[in-house]
Write a protein that binds this ligand. Structure first.
Ligand code: NAP
Length: 308
């Protein structure tokens, strides 16, 4: 059976940064890229908040550059998704695509998180041309326009407040008569004159044409009436889903599925298993924070292996 010193699961900024650092530490890392090659960055357009690119950079190009950089310094990038693992003893046993099993002396879990979508008509059709799940990534493109944020949690409030700073008007579409968000976040929303909360509103359809989104159809839960709110952007904030299921039987996760690490560390509850990026990041979920945590995970994996 093949034995890998540092096996990295996931091919977003966390996984590739971990690969760059582990390769430069001569730990011969192998990255299994997973289902969504390149991760969430590939679902955005121009990334303008990753330092080093004054003109911005296409998300797919950015993550592809990371891949090429990792390969250039010696990391192996393989297609394949981890479908099961046995982390009960070392070397860990990791099965790829349900068929090949390899052994790993250390494991960096960087499988990311996937935004939840609603499954309403128009949503997938206009993904990238009016429908987004990341205000920080895409909000800039809707400057001085009207947009809608769907959801009533902390993320929705954060996104609405962020968008209120650049958009003309932000509608928050909340399906109940109250928000799930913390009082502090709701207060921030209430302090913005250009945010209007539409309570008891169920999103039904994203409407648009060849130019992109031009409205969101909502149903008033109490009256049953439907109407279209004219907006050019629809931001989904109905939660993220960390991609931790495969590891959850072994690695400690919180109630939402995020991998729990030691405070200020990428170490999980299992020695030799580290987590980086959105699969363990409840708060920031940015490409740059994911990259930084990938670096930390690789440094800790190297220290762990040196200590063996
Ligand atoms: P969340 O707390 O699960 O909230 C999701 C929101 O989307 C809820 O308002 C929910 O409505 C709504 N929703 C879900 N499915 C929907 C559907 N099909 N149609 C319409 N609305 C739908 O998710 P989150 O806001 O991403 O937060 C996740 C975790 O991160 C939370 O623990 C949160 O506190 C934390 N967080 C904290 C901060 C902060 O502290 N600043 C910032 C961001 C996130 P219902 O309420 O009716 O279910």
């Amino acid at each position: 059976m093949e034995r890998i010193r540092v096996l990295i699961a996931g091919s977003g900024p966390a996984g590739y940064t971990a690969a760059i650092y582990a390769a430069r530490a001569n730990q011969a890392p192998v990255v299994y890229a997973g289902m969504e090659l390149g991760g969430q960055l590939t679902t955005t357009t121009v990334v303008e908040n990753f330092p080093g690119f004054p003109e911005g950079i296409d998300g797919t190009v950015l993550v592809d550059n990371m891949r090429r950089q990792a390969e250039r310094v010696g990391a192996q990038i393989r297609t394949g998704t981890i479908t099961s693992c046995d982390l009960s003893s070392r070397p860990f046993k990791v099965t790829i695509d349900g068929s090949v099993t390899v052994e790993a002396d250390s494991l960096i879990i960087a499988t990311g998180a996937s935004a939840k979508y609603l499954g309403i008509p128009g949503e997938q059709e206009f993904r990238g041309s009016g429908v987004s799940a990341c205000a920080t990534c895409d909000g800039f493109f809707y400057r001085k326009q009207d947009v809608a944020v769907i959801g009533g949690g902390d993320t929705a409030c954060e996104e609405a407040v962020y968008l209120a700073g650049m958009c003309r008007k932000v509608y928050m579409i909340v399906r109940r008569d109250q928000m799930r968000a913390s009082k502090a976040m709701q207060d921030k929303v209430a302090s913005k004159d250009n945010i209007e909360v539409l309570w008891n509103s169920l999103p039904k359809e994203v409407e648009g044409d060849l130019k992109g989104v031009n409205g969101i159809k909502i149903e008033d839960k109490l009256s049953g009436e439907t109407r279209t709110v004219p907006v050019s952007g629809v931001f989904l904030a109905v939660g993220h889903h960390p991609n931790s299921e495969v590891f959850a039987p072994w690695v400690k996760t919180d109630k939402d599925g995020y991998i729990v690490t030691e405070p200020d560390s990428p170490k999980t509850n299992i020695a030799g298993v580290f987590a980086a990026g959105d699969v363990m990041d409840v708060h920031y979920k940015q490409a740059i924070t994911a990259a930084a945590s990938g670096c930390r995970a690789a440094i800790e994996a190297d220290r762990f292996l040196q200590g063996q």
